[in-house]
Design a protein. Sequence first.
Lengths: 168, 755
Amino acid sequence: MRFSINGADHEIDFDIRTSLLDLLREHLQLTGTKKGCDQGACGACTVLVDGERINACLALAVQYQGRAITTIEGLGTPGHLHALQAAFVEHDGFQCGYCTPGQICSAVGMAAEARRGVPSVVTADLAATQIALDHDELRERMSGNLCRCGAHNGIIDAVRQVLAREAA
Amino acid sequence: MSALAQTSWRPDGASDPLATRHGLIGAPVSRIDGPLKVAGQARFAAEVSMPGLLHAGFVYSSVARGRIKAIDTAAAEALPGVALVMTHRNAPRMKPPALFGTTPEAAGASDLPIMQDAEIHWNGQTVAVVLAETREQAEEAAALVAVEYESLPAVTAFAAAKAHAHPPESVLGEPAVLEIGDAEAALAAAAVKVDLTFTTPRQNHNAIELHAATIAWEGDRLTIHDASQLVTMTAATIAQVFDLDPKQVRVLSPYVGGGFGGKCLWDHQILGAAAARLAGRPVRVVLSREGVFRLVGGRTQTEQRVALAATADGKLDALIHTGVAAMTAHNACPEQFTFPARHLYAARTFKLVQQVAEMDMLANTFMRAPGESIGTFALECAIDELAEKLGADPVAFRRGIEPEKDPTSSHEFSTRHLNEAYAAGAERFGWAKRSATPRARRDGEWLIGMGCATGTYPYYRMPGGAARITLTADGRARVAAAAHEMGMGTATVQSQVAAERLGLPLDRVSFALGDTELPPSPVAGGSNQTAAIGAAVIAAHTELVKALLKLAGNASPLAGLSTDEVEGRDAGLGKRGDAARFESYASILRRAGRDEVTVQAEAPMPLELQKWSMHSTAAQFCEVRVSESTGEVRVARFLGSFDCGRILNAKTARSQFRGGIVMGLGLALTEETLFDERSGRIVNATMAEYHVPVHLDVPEIEVIWTDIPDPRTPMGARGIGEIGITGVGAAVANAVYNATGKRIRDLPITLDKLL
């Protein structure tokens, strides 16, 4: 089976029951993607597939052959951080750091959804093509990513700052 | 000795100079390990790879009490990839873990034997562990283990347990019953009083990282990559269980994905080690989220009574706080909800009684501010109700009952600035705009209200901590202690402290932790780690200065000076107050022909706690919006104003305070572990059905602090990991009352209770 992860090709055989999350963590040692519930409830395993955010724990790995999978390792490294990663450090958008890769991947996917005009439950005008990501929109759209340390304020501040810079 | 000498925590009588020094102390330094964490490169317990690793699957009992009549493992064993199935029939012989608190190194969450017999003690106990080549095979095999039980009558209803409630022998070393004067008589005679019952539910820590351990034996040496907030104690207790020397057990835990009291020693690490020994191969244990609920205890449920009597001039004539917490016969975690009432307010009479009621359930445990979190809910709601009866503003009423000394121990406070915290918080929050009359503000369907409450948490400094410092000739220092990083910013803050003490730039100091090969550390609990490790770093630094003065010898400008006369500055040692007498570390070491010098020292015993009443306090302010149509509560604004001594890192401290407050919002509004009283089974063992606050539930949280150093503590600091959650439940409940006119005394405040 062939997978494209962070721009690199991987050919690997495994138990077909394996989730994309376990493929990443147990077979490819890409452990930046985290397991918090294995039930699609916490968002810690969020990765990007063709630019869209998904919960890797709910994805059967065999179905993702040939898709462009991006994990936290593909966004940046400690020496060359992605703008969002750097903003998370600056705004202290994490404590233990366990939900953090999922929050960051989710924010990347979330920004793309907003650019496409996808509404959320707090969007007033469902027909609008331009979505302004205000405080409520950001919080609602990031609510699928749980954080137990309570770093919510720092996370939203970090995301807001990077999106504002991109818009400028 | 001077008066100051008798009152300081340092044996030489002085406060820690860092308590008032500027520079790195207090600076909003970003986390040193931040880039690793945001890049997904920080290595957690389940992420250590090893050749030949087996994966564990767990089978949990479905009855609360009884015994295993038959257990059929044949189908599981026949599956491809299955290495073995471990049950009580083939598990290695192990001693029950020594119960936490029975010795300084005991970490047992309960002292029940683990998989040594057929007895079942709670619904969810492990009855079998499967090891297989892959996780998928292990889980399939676990599902095929067939167990037949003989059920025995079990106490699974709190009401039934309460009928046999009794005071425990002690509550964390404090008496379970504390009475001053005749509080019941004072209550009976009072004209203005409240007498209220509060109930609080079970809660679970729900750290996002699942409990995990990667475990390998090498002969009789055991290595456990754990997610742990007590590595030293875990190694000692595992050694005791397997009859090993503690030196034969190494526990590593450099990063913990959230702890909150839950990442301690539970059955899964011990069962994982037993299974690995049986299989002769390394094992990875990763509990499922359900498994965490089944095997790792949480906060227990309580019923509390708070009765307060007021005098005509607004003083307290009686303070009664009593109640019952559910517990088991095998653990020692009585949820010290009466602790806040022991220290917060002046009253003429007190009656404080903690009782426990044994149930057949998983051992409950410490969860962020055990006792204080839910104790302040009851006490601070009652204070709000009494203030209302007196027609007094709740902030002003509290100012009038502020004690001069600890009201029950009569010890002097080391420092206490709750009034200042209230004044600053009230002004910043706009408390003066609050209407004392409920239902006075609305915005369409939304009723708006404001509430406040006091938070409090003790200063602890556990004994048994040590630290090592290695100073190298290139002017760098490596500091190390077993210690724990689960989000507090341990390496960052201790590096700041060490750098400031050594007089080195921050980037010349590193701090290693999370490994029992390093000097031992006490539990990262009771908000004590920063002070405990800080005290050990001070002790090691003193030893380092001694060693350096010796190495410097008579040729140095420092010749003849004692350790008390010098300080670390500008990458060297200098005489305090004398810029001329100085020698750099590089120069001292070079002249002595040394590449480096290493010292290690233990922190002194925490004698300061015997002399002083040492507590942090907080004033918590909340504004809620409550829908009149649905009863939904939204927290619109929150402000915490803290008096916690010196703040060591403004950035990480703000995060810790906010984190506590966010967990407090969950405690107030959404969190409840649902325990089926018929079967004793936890029925919402998922993150989807146990509701922690999500982004949209969390408003912008403002945090301010007095930053007044505590002269009786290392660095002038008191721990801040837990105080954030205290008082939050009451601040929210009092705000809900101000909005709606409804007093909800049963947590969580879900919308059904407001309709």
